[in-house]
Ligand binder design. Structure first.
Ligand code: SF4
Ligand code: SF4
Length: 450
């Protein structure tokens, strides 16, 4: 079997064994869901409901007229109790619709239709109406990504799931293979792309086999086996590995005729087209060495992560009668992360909701968490050697630390996609991703002020 990859990057321990064998399951419904009006890159939505309104699962409750935006929907039946800023996974507050959930819920019925008969415009309209965004974490509105100003010849389905611990995409590839392939074909149809590639790392041989079996005999569809290396699933590295095409710095994959979508997004596209189902739930991985019962869970959007943790057995070693679900015993939990361990966000409290881009909730014991002060750069150049974007993370960090954000940008901060490798390899514990995020914020604020 030929196995492809990209230059640089790092080999990380996988830690997939905690949850990769766990079939997708559901949890009890929460009493309240918190639906942020902005869960995507682009313009925030405006609430379409008022406090006191009764809402139904799947009802659109927020949208914007801007093209780069995505509507949001109620994930459960209930009553709107507040529309106010609530904490998000980034630590910022985001205007959100809070819904007290009816404890009597009827599973919504989604009318089936022949998705293969839909035109390109109908598929794109269904994607937009369903509020679909990139569910690998980037959360870019999918209908925008599928409106490229130049021809696209290849759709790549990012089926790498290259971050340690996460296994939800792997489970979906096994359990929803047909829906994934249909979703990928719908995406290809929108942009007239004759080729679809499923890029899968070779630590998921069962998924590779399932996909190969499903697409056998289909023209234009193929599975490419990829080395297990981080960040194999990032767009530019994936395109280089699968097609040997280089996306120029500061440019998007469409420059080289490619659109990349992830597994969950493709399945959401299938559901939007086959069932007219909006994006109101997602599969995520609850895992980590401090999780009592790691698993892959289908969760309604807006569910507080405290509820997900509690419903899946809580913290390993915590007393079963622990009442306060927001309490993370510090001797048992050193860190809670939303997303993957490399690109996710550490959480200071647990009342933040699961949103469209939430791929994981990680609970780490204190032993897994290395917390030490960073020191000055020792100029070892390890970050430079491993950066998959060929940047100079050392200089980005140095200039951002001095408050010289223009110079940090000159050294490539805006091209950094925050993979976290430089932080992982740095012997001085330099928080380079934090410096990059701060640089991006400052540069955006400076642009907006002009
Ligand atoms: S500078 Fe950015 S892209 Fe390069 S290793 Fe660091 S986080 Fe990754
Ligand atoms: S890895 Fe850390 S110490 Fe080494 S050059 Fe990069 S920033 Fe400096």
């Amino acid at each position: 079997m030929s196995v492809k990859t990209f230059e640089r990057g790092v080999f990380l321990p996988h830690y997939k064994e905690f949850s990769e064998g766990e079939p997708i399951s559901t949890i009890a419904l929460p009493q309240e869901v918190i639906i942020p009006l902005q869960q995507h890159i682009g313009a925030p939505g405006q609430a379409l409901v008022s406090v006191g309104d009764k809402v139904k699962a799947g009802q659109k409750i927020g949208e914007s007229s801007a093209f780069v935006s995505a509507p949001v929907h109620a994930s459960l039946d209930g009553t709107v109790t507040a529309i106010e800023p609530r904490p998000s996974f980034t630590g910022d507050k985001v205007e959100s619709v809070v819904i007290a959930v009816d404890m009597e819920q009827k599973e919504p019925q989604w009318p089936e239709r022949d998705h293969t008969a839909l035109s390109k415009d109908e598929i794109k309209a269904a994607i937009k109406e369903a509020g679909i965004v990139g569910m690998g974490g980037a959360a870019f509105p999918t209908h925008v990504k599928l409106s490229p100003p130049r021809p696209i010849d290849t759709i790549i389905i990012n089926a790498c799931e290259c971050e340690p611990f996460l296994t939800c995409d792997h489970r979906m590839m096994l359990e929803r293979t047909s829906d994934l392939v249909e979703g990928a074909k719908l995406i290809a149809k929108v942009v007239d792309a004759p080729n679809v590639i499923f890029g899968v790392e070779i630590n998921k041989p069962d998924a590779i086999e399932a996909l190969q079996n499903k697409i056998a005999g289909e023209n234009g569809l193929s599975v490419v086996s990829l080395e297990v290396k981080y960040p194999q699933g990032s767009e530019k590295q994936l395109i280089k590995a699968t097609l040997n095409r280089e996306v120029p710095p500061g440019k998007l994959p469409l420059e080289v005729g490619v659109v990349v979508q992830n597994v969950a997004t493709a399945i959401a596209v299938y559901e939007a087209c086959h069932l007219s189902k909006p994006l109101i739930e997602r599969v995520l991985t609850l895992t980590g060495d401090a999780a009592a019962n790691p698993g892959n869970l289908k969760v309604k959007l807006g569910t507080p992560i405290s509820h997900v943790i509690k419903e899946r057995g809580g913290v390993k070693g915590a007393p079963p009668d622990a009442k306060d679900e927001l309490q993370m015993p510090p001797h048992l939990v050193g860190k809670v992360i939303m997303g993957g361990p490399m690109t996710g966000w550490a959480q200071s409290h647990l009342n933040v909701p699961v949103i469209k881009g939430t791929s994981g909730i990680l609970l780490f014991s204190p032993a897994m968490v290395v917390e030490s002060e960073h020191t000055d750069c020792v100029r070892c150049a390890k970050c430079v050697d491993h950066c998959p974007m060929f940047l100079y993370p050392n200089y980005i960090g140095l200039y951002a630390e001095m408050g010289n954000f223009d110079e940090a940008a000159e050294w490539g901060a805006m091209d950094c996609f925050e993979c976290g490798i430089c932080v992982y390899v740095c012997p001085a514990n330099r928080p380079i991703v934090q410096f990059v995020r701060q640089t991006k914020k400052e540069i955006a604020a400076a642009k907006a002020a002009k």
